[in-house]
Structure formats: C-alpha cells, structure tokens
Design a protein around this ligand. Structure first.
Ligand SMILES: NC(=O)c1ccc[n+]([C@@H]2O[C@H](COP(=O)([O-])OP(=O)(O)OC[C@H]3O[C@@H](n4cnc5c(N)ncnc54)[C@H](O)[C@@H]3O)[C@@H](O)[C@H]2O)c1
Length: 278
C-alpha cells in the first residue's frame, strides 16, 4: 500500500511511523521546511530506536526509512494512492481545504485524524464523501494500539472496511464508531475525568486516592486526574465545553477546572495541575 499523510506534526509523524514500519510507503506532506526537517529527524530517531529496543532488525529499520518520502505540498503526491490521511491542525476550514486538495490526487480512500470535528461536516464539499471516514489515532501513535474509525453519514461500507483493514495492517486495533461528538474515546474518557474533578471539588478524596480507585480498583493503567494533567487541563476544558453543547449538563466543566486553567495550572506542561510536575 501507498499512504499519503498530510501534516507532519506530532500525529502525522506517528502515523508515518506506523505506515513505514508496517511495510507500506509513507508519503509525508509538510509545507513548513523546518517542521519537515524535524519530522524526518524524529522518524529516523524513532525507527532507529526500534533496533535498540529489539523491535526491528537494522535491515527492517533501513527498509522502513527507505519507504518514507517527504513533500512540501499535496499537489506533489502521486495520483491513485491507496489512502490519504489528513493530520493538519484542528481547524475546520483548514481541514476542508486540505481534504479538497487531497481529493484532487484521486486516492482510493480519504481519512481525517481529527480528534473532535464532525466527519460529516468535514465531508461537505468533497466530491466523493462516500470514500471518506475518520481515522482517529492516539498519541504517541507508536505505543497506542487504538484507532477509532469514524463513520460519517455518507461513508460507505467499503471505506469503513478498508479503514479497518488499514488500521489492522498497521498493527492497530480498530473500533468502528458512528460520527457523534467525542466519538467513543473522548466521550467516555472526558466524562470520567470531569467526575473525578467534581470529586476533588467536593473533598471526597485526594487526587492521588481518586486515581488509585481506578488504577488499583478497576485496573486502569492511569487514573483520570493524572491523565488530565498529561493531556493538559486547558485541552480538557475545551473538549468539555464542546461536548456540553451537544450532551448538556453532564459535560459541563466543573468550576475547579475553570479556576485551575485561569490560574495557569494546566498540568504537566505548566509544571502544576492535580499533581506537581517540577
Ligand atoms: N496531539 C494529539 O494528542 C492528537 C491526538 C489525536 C488526534 N489529534 C489530531 O491530529 C491532528 C494534528 O494534530 P497534531 O497534534 O499532530 O498537530 P501539530 O500542530 O503537531 O501538527 C500539524 C502539522 O500540520 C502542518 N500543516 C499546517 N497546515 C498544513 C497544510 N495546509 N498542509 C499540510 N500540513 C499543514 C503544520 O505545519 C504541522 O506540522 C489534529 O486534528 C488533532 O486534533 C491530535
């Protein structure tokens, strides 16, 4: 398979890694020359570290590196790729423009890696919306197994099946989800995180003990408050605000979350959240 990836930021690099180490060609589009150089270096570093960690032989790593190509615009992509996966910043109009450009390259299928935008709404303006789905990868892509395949109103079964097969081919575990705000992962994960914050607010237990309830009692790999600190509390607040527009009160951001964000307590990236990260 030959897969185009548009946008070589955090996620585009991860997707390119998954594609190239699965034996497929990864054609990466990144208009920013500095970012393009960084993406190339990062992929080199991560693929080579696979050799150190015993995941790949040197020959496999070299073959994966040889399957990477870098371009400065979507117009440079060859026609007829199996997939083009868009992973540019989370802005509706930018994504629509990029998807329309991608479609000009006549890929068999087209996907967006959006975390929160409606796939149905992104499909407006496409001439073949039936070949378009969401493929929501998780960060860091090299260690997270999940891909949410998001089915828009006009996505056809053939596109959904091809996305499931492509995700499995990249060593991922796909789930198929109807296009609705928060898909499956954010809708459940954010709800748990918000309830945990309400419990801190009510003085039910310390953040550490609330997290332990989930890690030691329920076998979660990480508690919801620690995870919120890692994701960024500002990001959590934005998602809660977005989801509360559709799902109402149960996603309303707790006052404590708003206060912490206003005070610059954003979690790991600012050094302080529910935990101290200094
Ligand atoms: N970061 C995460 O944890 C995460 C997880 C899942 C999904 N996502 C989603 O993935 C997408 C990308 O997120 P990211 O964190 O990688 O962002 P990022 O800012 O790290 O990377 C985006 C890249 O797109 C490039 N870009 C901008 N305009 C472009 C254009 N017209 N054509 C091609 N490239 C262009 C930028 O230069 C940048 O390198 C977003 O939709 C985001 O919601 C992010």
């Amino acid at each position: 398979m030959r897969i185009g990836i548009i946008g070589a930021g955090t996620m585009g690099v991860g997707i390119a890694h998954a594609v190239a180490t699965s034996g497929w060609d990864a054609l990466v589009v990144e208009p920013d020359a500095t970012q393009r150089g960084k993406a190339r270096d990062r992929l080199d570093e991560v693929i080579s570290s696979g050799v150190t960690r015993g995941k790949l032989t040197r020959a496999e790593a070299d073959a994966a590196l040889a399957r990477l190509a870098f371009h400065s615009s979507a117009a440079e992509l060859p026609e007829g790729l199996d997939w083009i996966i868009e992973s540019v910043p989370e802005k509706l109009e930018l994504k629509r423009t990029v998807l329309a450009e991608a479609e000009q390259r006549t890929p068999r299928f087209l996907a967006s890696n959006t975390s929160a935008l409606s796939i149905t709404s992104l499909a407006e303006g496409l001439s073949a919306p039936e070949r378009f789905v969401g493929m929501h990868f998780f960060n860091p892509v090299w260690s997270m197994k999940l891909v949410e395949i998001v089915v828009a109103e006009r996505s056809q079964d053939a596109a959904v099946k091809a996305a499931v097969d492509a995700a499995r081919g990249m060593g991922k575990e796909p789930i198929v989800v109807k296009d609705a705000p928060g898909f499956a992962s954010s809708r459940l994960g954010v709800l748990l995180g918000l309830e945990a914050i309400r419990m801190v607010e009510e003085g039910i237990a310390s953040p550490e003990d609330i997290d332990k309830a989930m890690t030691l009692g329920y076998g979660y790999p990480m508690g919801p408050l620690r995870l919120g600190d890692l994701v960024g509390l500002d990001v959590r607040l934005a998602i809660a605000e977005h989801l509360s527009q559709t799902y109402g009160e149960r996603f309303a951001p707790p006052g404590l979350l708003r206060e912490m964000v206003a005070q610059g307590k954003l979690g790991k990236k600012s050094g302080q959240g529910f935990y101290s990260w200094s």
